[in-house]
Ligand binder design. Structure first.
Ligand SMILES: Cc1cc2nc3c(=O)[nH]c(=O)nc-3n(C[C@H](O)[C@H](O)[C@H](O)COP(=O)(O)O)c2cc1C
Length: 206
């Protein structure tokens, strides 16, 4: 199995990969991703999750057909270059979803009355993304499978009380598709000290 990389290197460079090589992904790597997923936290440690590893070409073709018939991303002239790149890549992914070697559909049992069932599945999803980065695989968090929720649930025998949370394409990054560093709003803008708006102060840098 591929050696992992440093945790913080993985966090700093994990980025959405949407272009993949067609090469198959060894099962042992997929197992490692799933093992990472189930280490995630869940409300009341309910673990009402389910992860469907989709490799069957026929099922992938049907899913690809759903994406091809769905709405496309709108790329508007007022978008920044970064937004345009993201939407172009996201559209490419949706147009080629069936060519991605592995799709992992992360699902969660909907708990009546629970505020956000998503809170109990997205930590597991993030673990998959980080583990993929660590193993030299690419992936991206996508959620637009919800447009075809009923069709996908019926196609994959997903129980009534379980909802799909994210569809993760998994494969080796295509040539020219690189990991981060990712670009984000600076810490000073989004992290506060004691009160909203009071920029985070790191005592060690004073
Ligand atoms: C809730 C959520 C939904 C997302 N849905 C999609 C999606 O449907 N398709 C897609 O390509 N990326 C999707 N993304 C990925 C974001 O576009 C991505 O995290 C963002 O562009 C940052 O990319 P980077 O990590 O490569 O910098 C989603 C991310 C989140 C958190």
């Amino acid at each position: 199995m591929a050696e992992g990389i440093d945790l913080f290197e993985a966090i700093d460079t994990q980025r959405a990969i949407r272009y993949f090589r067609p090469d198959p992904v060894p099962d042992e790597l997929i197992t490692r991703l799933l093992q990472a997923a189930i280490k995630g936290p869940s409300g009341g440690i309910r673990q009402g999750w389910g992860f469907i590893v989709i490799r069957d070409p026929e099922i992938r073709r049907k899913i690809g057909d759903l994406y091809r018939t769905g709405s496309t991303f709108e790329i508007r002239p007022d978008m920044t270059a970064q937004e345009r790149r993201v939407y172009t890549a996201a559209q490419h992914l949706e147009d080629h979803m069936d060519e991605v070697p592995v799709l992992i559909l992360a699902c969660i049992q909907a708990v009546p009355g629970a505020t956000v069932s998503g809170g109990s599945i997205f930590p597991a999803v993030q673990n998959i993304l980080l583990a993929a980065r660590g193993l030299g695989l690419g992936s991206a968090l996508t959620t637009r499978q919800t447009r075809f929720e009923a069709e996908i649930k019926s196609m994959l025998d997903i129980p009534e009380d379980v909802m799909t949370a994210a569809l993760l394409p998994v494969g080796f990054p295509a040539d020219g598709s690189r990991y981060g560093p990712t670009r984000r709003r600076p810490l000073e803008e989004v992290a506060f000290s004691d009160r909203w708006g009071r920029g985070w102060q790191d005592d060690t840098s004073a």
